[in-house]
Design a protein around this ligand. Structure first.
Ligand SMILES: [Zn+2]
Length: 175
């Protein structure tokens, strides 16, 4: 029930389709390819941004001995910056992860776009929303969210390159 209350709080800014208890992320991590996509004139800016945020995850995971979960290239999971006029989800949703990631261009609900993309990449890695009562986490979509040590630990657990601590927030548990 705690979990349900938390979800209602954070779903306004970020979500993942089918998240809930069955979500285990993309099947092809740690070798998933990210394919940035944005309308002109933002293509190069968005591509560089996606590269940077993927590197934030990769660098943090490398410190735990994990291989990079993402590469950048053609033909992979679309990472789209979507103009507000083309947004197909609700006005209260600013990011979505399915087999692709979509980030709404004009509105991120007060959450910085970097935190939004790190959050959605976390979903791609198999992370669900974190419980705020366990401390900071980028998987709590709110202003000021940063990639936290427990996010990296949870991702390492999911990727099989780190221990799964069953005494912390259940979002870090392997399926
Ligand atoms: Zn989310």
């Amino acid at each position: 029930m705690h979990r349900r209350r938390m979800r209602a709080l954070i779903v306004v800014v970020a979500a993942c389709a089918g998240c809930a208890d069955t979500w285990t992320g993309w099947e092809d991590v740690p070798t998933a390819t990210l394919t940035p996509q944005a309308a002109a004139p933002l293509e190069s800016e968005w591509s560089a941004f996606v590269v940077d945020q993927a590197a934030v995850w990769s660098t943090a995971l490398a410190a735990s001995g994990c291989m990079s979960p993402f590469t950048i290239g053609d033909g992979g999971h679309i990472i789209a910056l979507v103009p507000a006029a083309d947004w197909s989800y609700g006005d209260d949703v600013a990011g979505m992860t399915t087999d692709r990631i979509e980030v709404r261009e004009a509105k991120t609900g007060g959450v910085r776009r970097s935190a939004m993309l790190l959050h959605e990449l976390g979903h791609a890695l198999g992370l669900d929303h974190a419980d705020p009562s366990f401390g900071a986490s980028v998987m709590i979509a709110k202003p000021g969210s940063e990639l936290a040590a427990r996010d990296v630990a949870a991702a390492a657990c999911r990727l099989g390159c780190g221990p799964c601590d069953r005494n912390t927030d259940p979002y870090s548990l392997a399926p």
